[in-house]
Design a protein around this ligand. Structure first.
Ligand code: GTP
Ligand code: MG
Length: 214
């Protein structure tokens, strides 16, 4: 499967729309697809099919009256047999959400190994968020908030505990990433007429049909 998402264009008056590539990684069944489904469609399924390969979705967030961030989301498959495909999806990603399940200790170990791989092999400027999902399963918690938070802080990551089921912190997670993305650098590089492909793209500027950030 190609990582090239569809060409897109957008113009909303004086509103600037910036496009970024976001990838989700993490062990199978931690709730990556559920987080995306909640964010994009505000829905939740108690029984979801495991992802095959990867899924592509888009969603926008308004940061203020003039600024919209459009996420091009690659929701990867967590099953081991798809592991070798991951670099195709995190290559050139502007941001990543690495998900673990707060009830499964091994899923945090797996998340840490994805984070190491991203820090070694993805764009050096990639923004990484660690998400401890299924925060609604209070009685089955196996990983404390403090431990995960301390690790995230040390590794320089955004950190949220989320629940795709109850919606807890889902929009907060994506909004925090959007706020950390380098919008100003995009404006600067555009002025220099040297828009770097790794940056998000301001879709309101002339040649926006080539505005793929991937
Ligand atoms: P792969 O596609 O195999 O990598 O898995 P995934 O990480 O995409 O997990 P998925 O979203 O398919 O969710 C796995 C299971 O966990 C499903 O049965 C979901 O209903 C359930 N689930 C996901 N998020 C939550 C949550 O926040 N709380 C609870 N209680 N269950 C959740
Ligand atoms: Mg999935």
């Amino acid at each position: 499967m190609s990582t090239q998402p569809p060409r897109t264009s957008a113009s909303q008056g004086s509103n600037k729309v910036y496009q970024f590539k976001l990838v989700l990684l993490g062990e199978s069944a931690v709730g990556k697809s559920s987080l995306v489904l909640r964010f994009v469609k505000d829905q939740f399924d108690d029984y979801r099919e495991s992802t095959i390969g990867a899924a592509f979705l888009t969603q926008t967030i308004s940061l203020d009256d003039n600024t919209t961030v459009k996420f091009e989301i690659w929701d990867t498959a967590g099953q081991e047999r798809y592991k070798s495909l991951a670099p195709m999806y995190y290559r050139n990603a502007n941001c990543a959400i690495v998900v673990y399940d707060i009830t499964q200790t091994a899923s945090l170990d797996k998340a840490k190994s994805w984070i190491k791989e991203l820090q070694r092999q993805a764009d050096p400027n990639i923004i990484i968020a660690l998400a401890g999902n299924k925060s609604d399963l209070v009685s089955r918690r196996a990983i404390s908030t403090q431990d995960a938070q301390a690790y995230a802080q040390e590794a320089g990551l955004l950190f949220f505990e989320t629940s795709a089921k109850t919606t807890h912190n889902v929009s907060e997670l994506f909004t925090a990433i959007a706020k950390k993305l380098p919008l100003e650098q995009i404006a600067t590089s555009r002025n220099r007429n040297s828009l770097n492909q790794r940056q998000g793209v301001d879709l309101t500027q002339g040649n926006n049909t080539n505005g793929c950030a991937c």
